[in-house]
Design a binder for this molecule. Structure first.
Ligand code: NAI
Length: 351
C-alpha cells in the first residue's frame, strides 16, 4: 500500500517532513516535524532496519504525531517530532550520527533530538559532537530519562489498578513485561521492589537471561507475552502489538507499557474496552523522559523522577474517570483531549 505523503501530512496536520542523506557516511534518515507552534519539536531518534523506505516513513509519521499528543497531555509548551534513521550494515555508526548531528544543527533548534530504540548513550555522544540540540547524555544533560519513563509507567499502572478495584496491592499482582531494555528493566526493578510477581521477556535471549538473573524474575518466550494471564501486561519493546488477532488473546486486566503506538488502529482501543481490558494510552503514561527532557531544556530543571511519576498518574486518573463517566474507551478519550488541546494552541497563535 503506497502512502500519499502530502495528503497524509495535511490530514494529520504535519508541518514538515525532511528526507536526509549524507554522501560521506551514507546516513539515510527521515525527520517528521508534526508541530512546533508552541516551541521546539521534541522527539527521539529511532534507528531501525526497516524493510522499505515506506515502512520507515509510516513509522516516522505515527511516532511524530504521538509525540505532539504526548506533549499536549503532559501540558508542556513544546511540539512533537521524530527522526528515523535507516539502520544499514557496514556503516560507521559514529560518522552516521555525526552527520545527523550536522543536519539537526542546520535546523537551528526547531527540532530537539533524544534517545529512542537504537539510540542510546554512545550514539548521543557522537551526535553531541556536531549539534547542541539534543538531550545530552551524562552530567551535562537531563539524566535519568529511562528512569523517568519507567516511573510514569509504574505509577500509571498503580493508578489503573486502583481505578479498577480500589487498591493497588502489588503483593497479589502479576505483571508481564515485554522488552527488557532501558525502560523495561527499570520498570521490573520497581515492580520487584514493590513485591509484585514479575515475568519478563526479551527477543534478545542474552539480555533476557542477564536481567532475569539480576532481578530474579521468571522469563517467558516473547511470543507468549501478550497472552499470559496476569494483572498487568506491559509492552515495553516496539509498538504495533495490539491488533485484530493479538487483542483477542490478551488475558490481562490492564495494559500499561512504555512502547509507543501500541494500538495498530484507534479502533483497537475500543475493542479492548469492549472486552473489559483497561488500556492505559501509551502517550499518556510514557511521557516521563519527555517531561524530564523538555523541562531541563527550557528551565534548566531536573524534575525529580517521583514527581514525574505522580504527575503522570494524575493525568491518567483524569482520563480513566472521564472514560468511565462517558462509557468510552480511555484511548478514545485521551486522543480527543490531545487533539482538542493541539487545536486550541494552534488557534491561539493565529489570533
Ligand atoms: P530499548 O531499545 O532499550 O529496549 C527495547 C528492548 O525490547 C530491547 O531489549 C529489545 O531486544 C526488546 N525487543 C524488541 N522486540 C521485542 C519483542 N518482540 N519481544 C520482546 N522484546 C523485544 O528501548 P527502551 O528505551 O527501553 O524503550 C522501550 C519502548 O518504549 C520503545 O518502544 C520506545 O519507543 C518506548 N519509549 C521509550 C522511552 C525512553 O525513555 N527510553 C520514552 C518513551 C517511549
Amino acid at each position: 500500500m503506497s502512502i500519499h505523503l502530502l495528503d497524509a501530512m495535511s490530514r494529520e496536520g504535519f508541518e514538515q517532513v525532511i528526507a536526509f542523506h549524507d554522501r560521506h557516511s551514507g546516513a539515510r534518515a527521515l525527520l517528521a516535524i508534526h508541530d512546533s507552534v508552541q516551541g521546539p519539536a521534541f522527539g527521539g531518534i529511532r534507528r531501525w532496519s526497516y524493510p522499505s523506505d515506506e515502512h520507515a516513513l509510516r513509522d516516522c509519521l505515527r511516532l511524530a504525531r504521538a509525540m505532539t499528543w504526548k506533549v499536549a497531555l503532559a501540558g508542556l509548551r513544546a511540539g512533537g517530532a521524530k527522526l528515523v534513521l535507516i539502520d544499514l550494515a557496514h556503516q560507521d555508526r559514529e560518522q552516521v550520527y555525526m552527520a545527523l548531528g550536522r543536519f539537526i544543527e542546520s535546523l537551528g533548534g526547531r527540532y530537539q533530538a533524544g534517545p529512542d530504540v537504537g539510540t542510546g548513550e554512545a550514539e548521543l555522544r557522537a551526535l553531541a559532537r556536531s549539534t547542541r540540540y539534543l538531550a545530552c547524555p551524562g552530567e551535562e544533560g537531563p539524566g535519568e530519562l529511562a528512569e523517568s519513563t519507567a516511573a510514569g509507567v509504574f505509577h500509571g499502572m498503580a493508578a489503573a489498578l486502583e481505578h479498577l478495584d480500589g487498591a493497588v496491592e502489588w503483593e497479589r499482582r502479576r505483571v508481564v513485561v515485554q522488552g527488557l531494555g532501558a525502560v523495561g528493566t527499570e520498570l521490573c526493578r520497581r515492580l520487584v521492589a514493590s513485591g509484585a510477581e514479575v515475568i519478563g521477556c526479551d527477543r534478545d535471549a542474552r539480555r533476557a537471561l542477564s536481567v532475569g538473573a539480576e532481578l530474579e524474575i521468571d522469563l517467558i518466550d516473547p511470543e507468549q507475552a501478550g497472552e499470559k494471564p496476569c494483572d498487568v501486561y506491559a509492552p515495553c519493546a516496539l509498538g504495533g502489538v495490539l491488533h485484530d488477532l493479538s487483542l483477542q488473546r490478551v488475558a490481562a486486566l490492564v495494559i500499561a507499557g512504555a512502547a509507543n503506538n501500541q494500538l495498530v488502529r484507534n479502533l483497537h482501543g475500543d475493542q479492548l474496552h469492549e472486552r473489559g481490558v483497561l488500556y492505559c494510552p501509551d502517550f499518556v503514561i510514557n511521557a516521563g523522559a519527555l517531561i524530564r527532557g523538555v523541562r531541563f531544556q527550557q528551565e534548566g530543571l531536573r524534575v525529580p523522577v517521583e514527581e514525574i511519576g505522580a504527575g503522570i498518574a494524575r493525568t491518567l486518573r483524569g482520563v480513566l474517570s472521564r472514560a468511565r463517566t462517558e462509557g468510552r474507551s480511555p484511548a478514545r478519550v485521551a486522543n480527543e483531549l490531545a487533539i482538542a488541546r493541539i487545536a486550541a494552541w494552534r488557534k491561539s497563535t493565529l489570533s
